[in-house]
Design a protein around this ligand. Structure first.
Ligand code: AMP
Ligand code: ZN
Length: 472
């Protein structure tokens, strides 16, 4: 019997058995990056979770249509619809145009996705390419009576929806009573902008004509509009980071409900934060780690992917260099172990491709248990260390890697990039070992280590690896 796929749905606040709305196919929408800066590794924790979810769905035999947006307009510096547009602010910071920085950071995002082995979304859509869709959406909401006008924009009237805020279990009365920010012309503290006007006399780099006046869309409307365009009125799963629960996703639901009467998606799933020094890693906080920052310190980007596999997506993860070191070592050993299986020869040919059905089933049970990847990873280690035939181990682990995405099959030790003097020392040490000159062999190993390389002895020779530089 098939093992059911259980997923935690934040809308219902419980684990539910996943069944697609249309047999065999899954519609998945994930909120993408705001491209006013590089993405930090915290953002990528969420994108990694979404990639793993997609791979688990594919493992279960579903064809996934994955839509991700690129927010290149309208995301203001405050979630309360005040402050500056992050794009225009980024443009001022860098001396480029808002359009140029959107392009630059979209490309940076796509490069980093590839470096982390994230599968390319079926549709990657920019907010600025969908202005007519957003205007049509707002016009329908207006027709249905959910909007009002203030001097700076068109707002959504949340008090007209009795179930507004259900996703976040918002305490509306408490919010109203305890409000500390100025309401301005808003009727309720939870009301939000659908369309903002360019200030009188201001010429924004990104602005459009609309039935209400020149301006730009609010941040939330792009997701409701593009999700509906590419996935329909009601689709399977919508994802983002945990910060999206109380405002962004709550407002996406409100808008879609006001237009078509659905809550947009059947399942709402969220990744919990990556912390740094026990505080949320944030772009707006100024200091943050990019994927490139890890690469600059000598880490393989996939070590970060491995690190994210070791923590369940519904728990926060505190980033430390020690944890990344441990992940890098784990990844190295796993890759090395899988590679060594391929070299084992003798019993490999006959049973290669025959993976172990028992382990495959146990693996399915772990990942179908709301993506329990830490346990799935532990299972991979059990396979590697266990006593199945080498070929079976290899086939089983490569099958698991369809979900892990660690590139285990493609990996081979990089011997060609070893500097000449190190290669010479290694050859001398191998010769010393062969002639049983142990003291000389040890001395040469120490010399190799001092130069930043580790020599690993294997049955059929040796391998050289650069020692990772940590922050310590
Ligand atoms: P943004 O570029 O700010 O729109 O964020 C892109 C994605 O990253 C969103 O799904 C956010 O919820 C998510 N995110 C932001 N900060 C973090 C963090 N520290 N850890 C995990 N996810 C985050
Ligand atoms: Zn969104």
């Amino acid at each position: 019997m098939a093992i059911p796929l259980m997923l935690y749905d934040n809308y219902a606040r419980e684990r539910r058995q996943f069944e697609p709305l249309v047999a065999g196919a899954v519609g998945l929408y994930t909120c993408g990056p705001t491209v006013y800066d590089h993405q930090h590794i915290g953002n990528f924790r969420t994108f990694l979770f979404e990639d793993l979810l997609k791979r688990v769905l594919e493992w279960n035999g579903y064809v996934v249509r994955h839509v991700m947006n690129i927010t290149d307009v309208g995301h203001l510096t405050s979630d309360a619809d005040t402050g500056e547009d992050k794009m225009e602010k980024g443009a001022r910071r860098t001396g480029k145009t808002a359009w140029e920085i959107a392009q630059l950071y979209t490309e940076s995002f796509i490069d980093d996705m590839a470096r982390l082995n994230l599968e390319t979304p079926s549709v990657l859509c920019r907010a600025t390419d969908h202005i007519p869709e957003q205007i049509a959406f707002i016009a329908d909401i207006e027709k249905n009576g959910f909007t009002y006008r203030t001097s700076d924009g068109i707002y959504f009237n949340t008090s007209l929806q009795p179930d507004y805020g259900f996703l976040a279990r918002l305490d509306k009365a408490g919010l109203e009573a305890g409000k500390r920010v100025e309401l301005g012309e808003k009727k309720s503290i939870t009301d939000f902008a659908l369309w903002k006007f360019s200030a009188p006399g201001e010429h924004r780099q990104m602005e459009w004509e609309s039935p209400w006046g020149t301006g730009f869309p609010g941040w939330h409307i792009e997701c409701s509009a593009m999700a509906q365009k590419y996935l329909g009125d009601f689709f399977d799963i919508h994802c983002g980071g945990e910060d999206h629960i109380p405002v962004h996703h709550t407002n996406e639901i409100a808008q879609t409900e006001a237009r078509v009467g659905t809550r947009l998606a059947n399942f709402w799933m969220h990744a919990y934060f990556l912390l740094s020094n026990d505080a949320k890693m944030a772009k707006s906080a100024g200091e943050f780690l990019r994927l490139q920052s890890l690469i600059d310190r000598g880490y393989d980007p996939l070590a970060y992917r491995y690190l994210c596999l070791t923590a369940h997506y519904r728990t926060q993860l505190n980033f430390t260099w020690d944890a990344l070191d441990a992940a890098a070592k784990g990844l190295d050993r796993l890759r090395g172990g899988v590679f060594a299986l391929g070299e084992a020869g003798a019993n490999f040919g006959a049973n290669f491709g025959e993976l172990d059905a028992g382990y495959r089933e146990r693996f399915t049970a772990e990942i179908n248990d709301d993506l329990n990847l830490p346990r799935a990873l532990a299972l991979a280690w059990e396979v590697l260390r266990g006593d199945l035939a080498a070929g079976t181990k290899k086939a089983t682990l490569l099958e698991f890697d369809r979900v892990f995405g660690l590139g285990l099959g493609a990996w081979a030790p990089k011997t060609e990039s070893i500097p000449e003097p190190i290669a010479a020392l290694a050859a001398a040490r191998a010769a010393a070992r062969q002639s049983r000159q142990w003291a000389e062999a040890d001395r040469l190993r120490a010399e190799i280590q001092a130069a930043g390389w580790e020599m690993e002895d294997r049955v059929d020779g040796y391998a050289l690896k650069r020692i990772t530089v940590s922050s310590k």
